[in-house]
Write a protein that binds this ligand. Structure first.
Ligand SMILES: Cc1cc2nc3c(=O)[nH]c(=O)nc-3n(C[C@H](O)[C@H](O)[C@H](O)COP(=O)(O)OP(=O)(O)OC[C@H]3O[C@@H](n4cnc5c(N)ncnc54)[C@H](O)[C@@H]3O)c2cc1C
Ligand SMILES: NC(=O)c1ccc[n+]([C@@H]2O[C@H](COP(=O)([O-])OP(=O)(O)OC[C@H]3O[C@@H](n4cnc5c(N)ncnc54)[C@H](O)[C@@H]3O)[C@@H](O)[C@H]2O)c1
Length: 443
């Protein structure tokens, strides 16, 4: 059996490893147009902000590791088109030479593309995205240029907020824009985002939320300002971070698509063509909170979907258990984690939800090391099943969110959480634990 994997980043790598490590009869061919593989984009802001020493350890594998396992791997090679009827992939190397690769099974792991704001001035130099390693390098070079004093970030989602922090850590004057009225509006409710907004502002980031950017302006071909609805602001460097779209270029005329263009897949990652699988950011996921197909671009989903596809291609049936879109962020020491749906997201999706809030110290008052923790649990009014949770603190409260992820996945009700056995030790928490207290406070 020969499997061709198009795209050798997190999703493609997971599928290839699953096949190569578990199914010795498999012939695996990996093709990627980039010069590198396995770059952890989550490290870009840490590196640009000089919170880590270099970018070198942001790659967790390489071409040689796959060759050692028996795969054929082509980097700097684009798949230009696919003949789905005859099971042939047409490829072009960086030097222009072309070749074809036949397949029994094809895995599309072509990921996502950053959304490009189509604004006047978008061709000016000094406007970047932050998707690829190369773009991270470019942004880092500009940050090192002392003539770059003002940085404008468009989009206050995860990438935007993280790179705004990094730019501030590099001593820049930073302005952060979003059309939404707060930062991180897709992930958290306003009572949580208000604290992050205050955190950003208190560290000197000028927040322009609810203010649309309408144009980039430049001098001598280079960006020098951005014009937004309420004013024009200096900008020697602009970073666009307004979300991703699935990269469906190769299969959009042949495969069934979701509303945003992602390849529609079943729980085994199979597309509408029985010999084609799609994984990672180019494919849909099953949301347990929504009980529906949706799109969530995360490395975690990419890896899991690659494992699922690998086993199914290898001959072991494995169904995805769906996802909650669990996510987290840590900015100037303030940590926020969420899973499932916020009240706002649930309401937008047509779910009738209630929520319970609680705020307390992480540990008993007698402990020297302590900090406040905020928690919100979101649950469906009728069924009372938990559909989301948000937590925030300067403490590391990150592990708690995984329990809520499992609760959503398993359809646990808010009432079950009220008497859940949660241990107590002053080093970690309080006898009246904030999760228990929050659940007990539910209507
Ligand atoms: C700055 C940043 C920070 C992030 N932080 C986090 C985080 O903290 N946690 C988290 O879970 N997620 C994070 N993400 C999201 C995560 O990186 C993506 O969800 C993940 O990369 C998706 O993996 P993928 O393999 O599906 O797609 P991609 O990473 O997009 O890879 C797709 C691959 O396909 C190749 N390709 C595409 N078309 C072709 C073609 N025609 N021919 C050959 N090759 C092709 C591309 O070169 C690319 O290597 C972050 C993303 C960014 C940009
Ligand atoms: N910590 C993490 O887990 C992490 C870190 C980085 C990226 N990621 C993932 O990578 C993907 C891409 O990240 P992202 O930050 O680009 O997307 P995002 O969806 O997190 O945020 C995009 C933001 O852009 C805003 N926006 C949309 N159109 C706009 C416009 N025209 N002008 C101004 N603002 C606009 C939205 O309101 C939103 O706040 C996401 O799926 C994200 O979850 C995750």
């Amino acid at each position: 059996m020969k499997t061709v994997i198009v795209g050798a980043n997190h999703a493609g790598i997971a599928a290839a490893n699953t096949l190569l490590d578990n199914y010795k009869d498999q012939q695996v061919v990996m093709i990627d147009r980039n010069t590198n593989l396995s770059y952890l984009g989550c490290g870009t802001a840490l590196w640009v902000g000089r919170q880590i020493d270099s970018y070198e350890n942001l790659f967790y594998t390489n071409k040689e590791a796959f060759e050692a396992k028996g795969a054929r791997i082509y980097l700097e090679t684009s798949v230009t088109s696919i003949d789905f009827a005859n099971h042939v992939v047409h490829c072009q190397k960086a030097d222009g030479t072309c070749f074809d690769e036949s397949y029994d099974k094809l895995v599309l792991a072509t990921g996502s593309l950053p959304i490009s704001p189509k604004l006047p001035g978008c061709d000016l130099e000094g406007i970047s995205f932050l998707k690829l390693f190369q773009q991270g390098q470019e942004v880092d070079r500009w940050m090192s240029d002392e003539s770059v004093r003002s940085v404008a970030v468009i989009g206050a989602g995860y990438i935007g907020v993280e790179i705004a922090e990094a730019a501030k850590r590099r001593g820049k004057e930073v302005r952060l824009f979003d059309i939404a009225p707060t930062s991180l509006a897709s992930y958290y409710d306003p009572s949580f985002t208000a604290v992050m907004d205050e955190n950003l502002a208190s560290h000197g980031i000028e927040c322009h939320f609810g203010e649309r950017v309408v144009a980039y302006h430049g001098e001598n071909g280079r960006v020098s300002a951005i014009e937004a609805e309420k004013g024009t602001y200096p900008a020697d460097l602009v970073i666009n971070a307004i979300g991703f779209v699935p990269n469906n270029e190769l299969g959009r005329d042949h495969l069934e698509l979701f509303a945003n263009g992602a390849y529609h897949v079943d729980r085994r990652q199979r597309t509408s063509d029985p010999d084609v699988y799609a994984i990672g950011d180019c494919a849909t996921v099953w949301s347990n909170a929504l009980a529906a197909e949706t799109y969530i671009a995360l490395a975690t989903n990419a890896v899991r979907s690659g494992i699922v596809a690998g086993h199914n291609i290898g001959g072991t049936r494995l169904d995805s258990i769906g996802v909650q879109g669990s996510n987290g962020i840590s900015i100037f020491g303030y940590n926020m984690v969420s899973t499932g749906l916020s009240v706002a997201a649930a309401t937008r999706a047509g779910l009738d939800v209630c929520h319970a809030d609680f705020e307390d110290l992480q540990r008993p008052g007698f402990m020297r090391e302590n900090a406040s923790v905020k928690i919100r649990i979101v649950y469906e009014r009728g069924s009372r099943r938990v559909v989301g949770a948000q937590m925030a603190s300067t403490e590391d409260i990150s592990m708690g969110i995984h329990m809520f992820s499992l609760a959503i996945e398993e359809g646990v009700t808010i009432d079950k959480l009220k008497l859940l056995d949660i241990f107590f030790l002053p080093h970690f928490n309080q006898p009246y634990n904030y999760i228990t207290m929050c659940a007990l406070g539910a209507e």
